[in-house]
Design a protein around this ligand. Sequence first.
Ligand code: ADP
Length: 399
Amino acid sequence: VEEEIPATSVTLVSPSEISAAFPDEEDDYLISLINFPVSLDDIIPIKTFHPGPPLEFKVSAIEPENACILNKMTELVFNDDDEFDGTKAITYEDIGGLKGELKRVREMIELPIRHPELFETMGIEPPKGVLLYGPPGTGKTLIAKAVANESGAHFISIAGPEIISKYYGESEQKLREIFEEAEEEAPSIIFIDELDSIAPKREDVNGEVERRVVAQLLTMLDGITDRGQVIVIGATNRPDAIDPALRRPGRFDREIEIGVPAEADRMEILQIHTKDMPFEGMAKLKELRSSEPSETVLEKALADYEASRDKLLWMLASQAKGFVGADLAALAREAAIRALRRQIDVADIDNEKIPEEVLRKLEVTTSDFILASREVAPSAMREIALETADVSWTDIGGS
Ligand code: ADP
């Protein structure tokens, strides 16, 4: 095999096959890349049998010449159907705001997963269950995925209603399987979204199925033997609707509120969701760059561009009261789509590659955001919309 072998033609077996073949490797996947030219810390995208983007691996060690150990960089998140969810690995960097909350989550979940010896030494028991509560779209799922990825834990995600409906008649069996998988693959995080639907207060429950599922969940929680290595994160927007038996000590006994973001947090979230977006002025900046100006001229132009972008983002953050993370992500997406529409007519789309000069013209403007904000009302508080009447986009510098 010659050196030109492209990364995308490397064949990978599934992670479970890899771990079966290399039981001592834990989170590292041993992959032989014969004559594949890599050096330490190279990041290699590798296409697997999964749909979705190629997985990225980082070379952490080079074993005798022609084999190397690659560290998983991208989350291998498989849901219960073993489907790759197609997203990039979520890291703490992807979470805007929620600093205090994230710190507590890391203390409760990442610390015992990474350092069980600390808890043993202190004679305290790490949690089995952590409840994240707050309105929809505030980042509860994001936090669960990030902490699983960053702790190198196996991640199993299940939506409460799915347990009842999709697995009707075998809900308890499904729950048992999930917990068994978690123990086998430990350290593991089981994420149960909409926990209130799976485990509502028993007096509220009419159905025999729900009653049995609650009982099963309690049994499974009580039966976790690998304390600190199997952690269940429950998410709900109605903590009071959850069976109190589930909130007793030794079960979901830690609770963290994930609230609606304040202005500075909204700014961070907007920055995250626009970090790869070309804002107004980007085309000029690129033009300048290609004319090879002096370092100081380029630095000044870049600083101006960033200042004008940040001014726009701060304006949006201050206006977007009641917007949660999911709304802000939708706002950024909608603004980008508007910018696209200005340059590209879907009716004219053919298989030709979009010419570079058209791509260069793609820029998101203040008005794209203002108009987008009229379409993306905050989900938590629909009555509060951006007070666009007060804002004229000629007010915004650089635009
Ligand atoms: P929840 O589980 O609380 O309903 P999610 O975590 O599923 O909400 O959030 C949905 C999407 O909204 C995320 O995938 C992300 O794009 C965006 N989002 C939500 N909260 C945040 C946040 N704090 N920082 C960055 N993005 C966020």
